[in-house]
Design a protein around this ligand. Structure first.
Ligand code: UDP
Length: 434
């Protein structure tokens, strides 16, 4: 077993890097992937929103699906004529520990939440309010961490500025205190965006469904040459793929992502078929649980041969792209999942993906067609082992599934569709009369 750390600089987690770095891409490149017609529609919509000031706010410049999408969506919005900006709130470890508690309870954790951080939540949101551009036409807040910013808005500004909240987690709370806290906060927004029709809460607010998306031109998803892939595999000492095919799970080290389930299923499969398991994770600035879970996983994985456990820096996009492309199967056995960009990322690379039948995953995987859905949690371990075995023993069927997966992503989960949905919402919110 190989456990590899790539340490982060000490300040990377709590002090956010200043300006985001965007790769330059142009609309013609997107047209080659998504089709001229789709881009023409987008350009038209962009013209209607020309100069509109949109500010997006989240809690991590790197790490996790929200940052992944924002890195791609910001340059595209600007390319389409909007005046788009992105700010990242900062906070102490106590703040992010508290917001991770909120996150876990909103996803259905059972127990009594520790609410001691409530004051830190409000103090941190107050401190970060200076990030809000008072001249913005529309402010889009992601997830619960910065949701409290709206409370500090001047009533005159509030009258002319629209505020949207986007939820990227699987809202399935059992805890009333935290649910009520969020409900009362979110009901002060103009609309809330969700990633699955299953999470739409019965709150007094307009709700909108927008499925997340991947960027086919990003470092995470662009085509790679064989030598680029080989260089990454060599760097991390992952070899012998023809004799021991690679099964990969890419996820933050988080209790809902199913790393332990993947390990258990792998142990069963490996008894009969040579293969290797790669668990890649990383730390996200706003997720203090990552390192603890990584350590726990390391203790287990160390005892199982042919398991590689990698803790990579959050900007390891090329590496993850290469590992996904080198894999025979992608796993995402989540117990709860807002959407699961890693599913679409795997499908885009023509890989069969085995995912937990929960949250946003069934919106992407049609069971038996472009991948497999398994029961989320412990009950799904045997199913996961069976599906892995089937795919390893039937490579032609696996290839076919992978091809269908890419088609699914092309039709439904590319950024060109996602940004269209978002701009349409901005237009409806800002100019309801048109
Ligand atoms: N990711 C990454 N490094 C990691 C783990 C995840 O770059 O170590 C990326 C992954 O490729 C995907 C995103 O982070 O683009 C995770 O998004 P997803 O929706 O799957 O889960 P989230 O972390 O937002 O819950």
């Amino acid at each position: 077993m190989k456990t590899q750390y790539a340490e982060l600089p000490a300040d990377q987690c709590l002090v956010q890097p200043g300006e985001a770095q965007f790769p330059s891409k142009n609309l013609a490149d997107y047209a080659k992937v998504a089709g001229e017609e789709k881009i023409a529609e987008l350009v038209k919509l962009g013209e209607e929103l020309k100069g509109v000031k949109v500010q997006q706010v989240n809690s991590a410049r790197l790490g996790g699906g929200v940052a992944e999408m924002l890195h791609s969506v910001l340059p595209l919005e600007n390319l389409l004529g909007l005046n788009a900006s992105w700010e990242v709130i900062t906070g102490s470890m106590e703040f992010f520990t508290y917001t991770k508690t909120i996150h876990n309870f909103l996803q259905g954790k059972i127990g009594v939440p520790d609410l001691v951080g409530t004051k830190i939540y409000w103090d941190t949101n107050k401190d970060n309010f200076k990030l809000i551009n008072q001249d913005a036409d529309l402010v889009l807040i992601h997830d619960p961490q910065p949701a409290g910013l709206i409370a500090f808005l001047d009533s005159v500004v509030r009258k002319r500025q629209k505020w949207l909240w986007r939820c990227h987690i699987q809202l399935s709370p059992r805890d009333l205190v935290i649910t009520e806290f969020l409900r009362s906060l979110i009901e002060s927004y103009d609309a809330a965006i969700f990633s699955s029709p299953k999470f739409l809460p019965a709150w007094r607010i307009a709700t909108v469904l927008i499925l997340p998306y991947i960027d086919p031109l990003s470092e995470k998803n662009r085509d790679l040459t064989e030598s680029e892939i080989r260089a990454v595999l060599d760097k991390y000492g992952i070899a012998n793929l023809d004799k021991k095919p690679l099964i990969t799970l890419v996820s933050r080290f988080d209790p809902f992502k199913g790393h332990n389930l993947a390990l258990e299923a792998f142990k069963r499969v490996r008894k009969n078929i040579p293969c290797q398991l790669l668990l890649i994770g990383g730390t996200a600035c706003d997720d203090p649980e990552n390192l603890i879970i990584f350590e726990q996983l390391g203790a287990k994985a160390r005892k199982i041969p042919d398991v590689h456990l990698l803790n990579l820096p959050p900007d390891s996009h090329l590496e993850i792209n290469a590992f996904q492309r080198a894999s025979a199967i992608i796993l995402q056995p989540s117990i709860k999942e807002g959407f699961g960009l890693t599913v679409s990322e795997g499908m885009w690379k023509e890989k069969p993906v085995i995912g937990g039948n929960t949250g946003g995953i069934p919106a992407q995987i049609v069971d038996g067609y472009n991948g497999f859905l398994i029961t989320p949690g412990q009950d799904g371990v045997a199913e996961m082992a069976e599906r892995i075995t089937y795919l390893l023993e039937h490579p032609a069927a696996a290839r076919e599934m992978g091809k269908r997966g890419k088609e699914t992503v092309k039709e439904r989960f590319l950024i060109t569709r996602g940004i269209y949905d978002e701009l349409l919402l901005f237009k409806n919110i800002l100019f309801p009369e048109n």
